[in-house]
Ligand binder design. Structure first.
Ligand SMILES: C[S@@+](CC[C@H](N)C(=O)[O-])C[C@H]1O[C@@H](n2cnc3c(N)ncnc32)[C@H](O)[C@@H]1O
Length: 224
């Protein structure tokens, strides 16, 4: 519902003369999101999180050099991992408190990460900018085509997020933020799939990688 509302307002934003009103409604909604996440990060434990499984398992696919973005990075464990792999890393999130934690961690580890407090629904992504984009535990379907466009030819997406077929209460309960079966795979149709996993509720649900789907895909120069 929340996502549907945002999508409708985003579309209305483009209609003259009401554009300003809809932009303001969207900004208010996004400020609520920012406040919610800032509160969350200010109250979370001091233990630094681990990078997403999709990145941990597939680091060997990363290029030796190039530009990488950890999108909706939170405290930026993926950004740290990307920088450790020698990439020039940007990390974007709406929550300034999360980025402060990331900057502190990067400094401790002598890594350079370009952090930006950004509302990524505001057309922040520019075409052909990054060799690698990592997204974990974030889903806004309206941004998928901008994310794909922002990756350079031969560049890679590492994406991992929650599915509707979760086996426990981990992650969001709002179905707007949960992937349908094979939906993540469908986002990258025509790209070279290096890795895909979506265990769902098949087999022994006490084992395996449950609750999230993950993909590593490479952007072709021409659609496959
Ligand atoms: C569940 S957390 C995931 C953080 C991190 N990627 C991870 O896997 O730990 C979702 C993140 O999305 C960020 N976020 C939500 N809406 C956003 C927006 N419009 N622009 C930028 N970041 C946003 C939140 O601040 C939060 O850090």
């Amino acid at each position: 519902m929340d996502t549907l509302l945002r999508d409708v307002i985003r579309s209305l934003r483009n209609i003259h003369p009401a554009r300003l009103i809809y932009s303001n409604i969207l900004a208010t909604l996004n400020n609520l999101t920012k406040d919610k996440w800032d509160r969350n990060y200010k109250s979370c434990s001091s233990d630094f999180p681990s990078p997403a499984e999709v990145l941990v398992q597939n680091q060997h696919l990363l290029p030796d050099s190039g530009t990488a973005l950890d999108l909706a990075c939170g405290r930026g464990a993926n950004a740290i991992c990307l920088a450790e792999n020698g990439l020039a890393v940007s990390a974007w999130d709406i929550a300034a408190s999360a980025l402060e934690s990331l900057s502190k961690k990067a400094k401790q580890q002598n890594l350079t990460i370009n952090t930006e407090t950004t509302d990524i629904t505001n057309d922040s992504l520019v075409t052909n900018t990054f060799d690698v984009i990592v997204v974990s535990r974030f889903l806004d379907r309206a941004l998928i085509s901008s994310i794909k466009n922002a990756i350079k030819t031969d560049g890679l997406i590492f994406y991992q997020t929650f599915i509707r077929d979760k086996v426990d209460a981990t992650g969001p309960s709002n179905p707007d933020y949960l992937l349908d079966k094979n939906e993540l795979l469908g986002f990258f149709k025509g790209w070279q799939i290096h890795f895909y996993r979506e265990d769902g509720i098949t087999g022994d649900t006490a084992k395996g990688f449950r609750n999230q789907a993950m993909i590593v895909a490479q952007k072709p120069s021409l659609p496959l």
